[in-house]
Design a protein around this ligand. Sequence first.
Ligand code: ADP
Ligand code: MG
Ligand code: MG
Length: 949
Amino acid sequence: MARKSTGKKEKEKKKMAKKKRYCFAFEEGDGTNKKFLGGKGAGLCTMTQIGLPVPPGFVITTEANVDYIDKGKFPEGLMDEVHEFMEDLEKKTDKGFGDPSKPLLVSVRSGSAVSMPGMMDTILNLGLTDETVKGLVALTKNERFVYDAYRRFLQLFGKIGLGVKDEGFEEIFEAAKEKFNAHVDTELTTEALKDVCDRFKEYIKKETGKPFPQDPWDQLYISIDGVFGSWMGKRAVDYRRQFNITPEMALGTAVNICTMVFGNMGNDSATGVGFTRDPGTGENVLYGDYLINAQGEDVVAGIRTPRPLRELRTDMPKLYKELEKMHNTLEKHYREVQDFEFTIERGKLYMLQTRNGKMNAWALCKTSVDMVKEGLITEEEALLRIEPDMLEQFLHRRIDPDFKQEPLAVGISASPGAATGKVVFDADRAEHLGNEGEKIILTRVETKPEDIHGFFAAQGILTSRGGKTSHAAVVARGMGKPCVSGAEGLDINYELKEARVGDVVMKEGDIVTIDGTAGAVYLGTVPMLDPDLPKALNTLMEWSDKHAKIEVWANADTPDMAAKSREHGAMGIGLCRTERMFNEADRLPWMRNMILADTPEERKRWADKLMPLQREDFVEIFRSMEGLPVTIRLLDPPLHEFLPSIEELISDVNRLKDFSQTMYALEQLPGTVTVLGPELYKYVPSIETVTREFGQFKAKGLDQKLLKQKEKILRRVRVLTEYNPMLGNRGVRCGISFPEIYDMQIQSIFEAAAIALRDKIDARPEIMVPNVCTVQELVWVKPRVEKLHKEVEKRYNVKIKYKFGTMVEIARACLRAARIATEAEFFSFGTNDLTQGTFSFSREDAENKFLPIYNTEGILEHNPFEILDELGVGRLMQIAVKEGRETRPDLKIGICGEHGGQPQAIEFCHKIGLNYVSCSPMRIPIARLAAAHAAIKEKKGLAAVTRAL
Ligand code: ADP
Ligand code: MG
Ligand code: MG
């Protein structure tokens, strides 16, 4: 019983296998199934079916190729089918394959679902033999044309089908040109071409040991075999691996057999390639090249210079009209810009290929918007067509793509855009020169918070150490300035004020160009293109906002950044980091004094000095963001970040301690010089002057005073030093330890709001407390906020509306969100810290040490600091959203970590119901588009699925 049923099954299977069809005529193949027919085959089928003039032909499916690879030979029945379809072609064309009286010639073309260099090239004019050549001459009365076709076929077939080295063919051809005194191939006479054909055949015989096959069926068999084999060829396999082309995307290649048409039949024939719209500008004009009296590859091969397609309008007006009609038919069907091939044979147009056109970002934006206006596609389709990250290209200066030169050094592309300026090795000098109007590239081994004023003054930042998350990279990205980090070839010497790369020395003041998009450094200036916002971008942004649910806010710390954010369409500021304000050169000393203060009273004194400065900044920011919320985060980093390092201080203290000895040595020096030799006498007067001046300094006790100061700072820095600063006394913890600091900040926020409101500016401050782990921290801070709020309202006699909320960046805060929401009116996820905490990875250590190994070993798929970890960190966020809103249904929730500007993370934030994402000003357009994508994908059921690890 069982045996019988298996037998039956086997039989059925065999029947099924037999039923499998391998060949499809262009009239019947399903043009939407690129995986099955390959891209080229699908296009030929579609074009045939929508009424475009395609020469008759058929496709051998990718499935046939897969079965061929499985079995190691042609699958059963394939060649029978091929015969059938060839017969069909003979009928359609009224020609005979191998029939000298009216020979049928075909092209054999490979094509998989994804276009792929390394696959077998196309063979043209297959079917030509010594016999059919004669017939064709009789038929066309054009001997030259026939031998031209024959020599092309011999070369292509020899090279591709038989694997004969191409150089041999080239040598023979060049020799013939020389012998017959021809500059270009069209000048070769019939006699010359005949001669070339004979030599080609001899060459093939010599190389393969067999005569060139004179049976067209052999030629066809060898060619199909060659195309099938090329799928597993090394070049194709490597290409698929390199570009991650999975079997789901493309499996096997199809073979397209297509009746030949001839663009080389005289001056009423031509061949060309084109785009339905200009792929550089997006303009709706036929764009491309053509050659009169030429075949196939001649246009791209560069043998003769092709002419722009628009000239066809005067050359062959009727055909140009037909091409225009074809343009409309294609676009109406595909609703995308097409990239096509055509051939004109004796005044008749044939289409030979079409596919979606690859365009630059500018053209893509323009054509997408235009196609909506023309009614070809919907707004949603237009938006989905553009990858959000693509917009990056519009927003920065960039190096002219035509510029090709080896860079002086390469590093990490830390912040996009290009900049040219003078190399300057320290921030003070950068600021000084910057204020004088010089363009500066701040060049450091690595940067620190105290270099911030140098960033403001510089056009770009270059460091020899550090990665994408180094201080330089993060700050530069925030400011939208180009940065190349970790250019390790750069040997920077601060003392000599120079940087070396091998033998090349860059001195301070030398001109350098950095390309933060590519991570390259060039000596001197380099041709650059200014940021170039396509006109269509405004429309795309309007549509984005219309379709998006989640809002896009900005991370902006300064009035300038706030203005830029608004310009880019931010709906609010989601993160204003107040500490950046203290890092400016004129404020840092006061900030230090505040930190160093021994008593709360003294601390308050310094805080009071800082207050008006901070207040002024806030007034400006409120002004820029008028009517929109401005979320201000109270001081966040550990205090020691504002102080010099211990090593630096110890070295200073030691120098000062040595000062007495140094002075003694100086006093002795003139005497020593006498001993050393008379040639040094001339220095004695200057040594004496220096000694006298330093002596006065010492007499006043200034060195001792300075020493005391430095020692005090050193003591204080030691006290503030923490084992684990990121987990130490920072954020609200520091705010509670030193309440004067938060009081000062809160007061300056309210006073700034009051000042703005009095000027009739609608200021909407939102005070955000960082690093909260328990609601009790908010319970501690809130009354101080309320008290100061009341005082300022009374003093200024205005009503100030504000919100009080918290960062959610500690795992415990996510888990206690329900309670925290009793005090907080809004949450903002700080996913940088939250990621560190969730993984217990310190970011710098992880990225510099083990994360790359984790990625290559497949333990973690991504760097979670770049790609939001939806499964872990995202899960905590989901808990916080759900439980926070259970307490406070109108709880406003956003994200302000670096993930807030990344399309994938934005999609996730949309899915879990956040109200806004906040990102750096330059990423706002990207985020707006990504927000629209998230909403549209959800609506269309296209949303990405999170893979479980
Ligand atoms: P590729 O993928 O390199 O573009 P194709 O198969 O499209 O390869 O063909 C190479 C060249 O030969 C193209 O210029 C194409 O237009 C031309 N060609 C292909 N088939 C034919 C044909 N049947 N008649 C005339 N020209 C053809
Ligand atoms: Mg092609
Ligand atoms: Mg944080």
